[in-house]
Write a protein that binds this ligand. Structure first.
Ligand code: 13P
Ligand code: SF4
Length: 335
């Protein structure tokens, strides 16, 4: 008998969702599958989630893939196993659906690096510029944007603007600098960065590549330019995964959050995947926000349908415009 069944709803609200205990003998995979069917719910999970969560998900993907799934699902409930801005995007795309997330505190350091009021002031300085915003930002920032991009479609979307159209790119300065390099643009960059991708260490990676001459470095474009300069392939989490399937190499040093190694290992069990070393000796390349979600929280979230992502109608309507534009351009490029 689960302890959670004895807890009355009022008490859940008083105590907070995260104090609910789950009987350790319960088969969470079985119970979650059962709840999904009963409630016509879908679980969307990002590649940085724990392996268990990826395995119970109906769809595992990068930010673009997850947004596309959220836009087209016929489920009544979307359980979003990722971080807050991703669940917000799902809600904006499917406002009539109930969007729930295992932990409301699963934020994003990159999103936090661009508070909407500060960005509004920044934007005023560039009245002729269009605003291209990386999806890793708050819904409030999205309402101030002309188009949203993800790491998978950023180059194509930036190239869709006339060459003489000045652009602001926010919030990730590393991704922005990478896009500037590839497209030859000179976008004005907001000074934000991801705490996970900023700590990969160029010297340690160089040393590791020297001691594994058969390995290829693959990197997410949120990494610093010095790390990207060593990479054989740069792309979104989906792009990185696909590259490891197609490449003839058998060993990869992976410069992104190590949750993605689960799918890489599943797709290519004979290949070797080494997480890229960081400036520290800790496992700080694990995203502390993504890793707030657990299988227990997924179960409680689905059972009680809390916490729910709520957004006001005005924000949804305004933020939908640049997100829809992103999806349209992505579709034109078959992304
Ligand atoms: P992707 O869209 O490449 O999955 O990136 C999401 C993210 O948060 C990277 O830090
Ligand atoms: Fe945000 Fe970085 Fe975590 Fe991605 S890895 S969710 S950008 S903090």
């Amino acid at each position: 008998m689960e302890i959670v069944d004895k807890v009355k709803w009022k008490e859940i609200e008083r105590k907070g969702f995260y104090d609910i205990e789950v009987e350790p003998t319960i088969d969470l995979f079985y119970e979650i599958e059962k709840l999904k069917k009963e409630k016509n719910a879908i679980i969307l999970a990002h590649y940085y989630q724990d392996a268990d969560i990826q395995d119970i998900a109906d769809f595992v993907g990068d930010s673009l893939g997850l947004a596309q799934q959220a836009a087209k699902t016929e489920a009544d409930i979307i359980l979003f196993a990722g971080v807050h801005f991703m669940a917000e995007t799902a809600k904006i795309l499917s406002p009539k659906k109930k969007v729930i997330l295992p932990d409301l505190n699963a934020g994003c350091s990159l999103s936090d690096s661009a508070p909407a009021p500060l960005f509004a002031e920044f934007k005023k300085k560039y009245p002729d510029h269009k605003v291209v915003t990386y999806v890793n930002c708050s819904a409030a920032l999205k309402t101030m944007s002309d188009v949203i991009v993800t790491s998978k479609n950023a180059i194509q979307i930036v190239n869709s603007f006339p060459p003489d159209q000045p652009l602001i790119f926010a919030p990730d300065k590393n991704l922005g600098a990478y896009i500037n390099k590839i497209t030859g643009r000179n976008m004005v960059l907001w000074n934000g960065a991801c705490m996970v991708h900023e700590i990969f260490n160029h010297k340690k990676i160089s040393d590791l590549l020297a001691s594994h001459p058969d390995a290829e470095l693959i990197a997410h474009p949120e990494c610093e330019a010095s790390v990207l300069s060593l990479a054989k392939y740069i792309g979104s989490t989906y792009g990185l995964l696909e590259y490891t399937k197609k490449s003839s190499a058998n060993k990869f040093i992976v410069a992104t959050e190590p949750g993605i190694l689960h799918q890489m290992q599943k797709s290519s069990p004979q290949k070797i995947f080494i997480p890229a070393p960081t400036n520290h000796t800790c496992a700080c390349n694990n995203c502390p926000h993504m890793k707030l979600n657990t299988l227990e929280k997924v179960y409680i979230c689905l059972k009680y349908e809390v916490p729910e992502l709520i957004l006001d109608d005005e924000t949804i309507q305004k933020a939908l415009i640049p997100i829809q534009k992103m999806l349209e351009i992505s579709a034109q490029h078959s992304l």
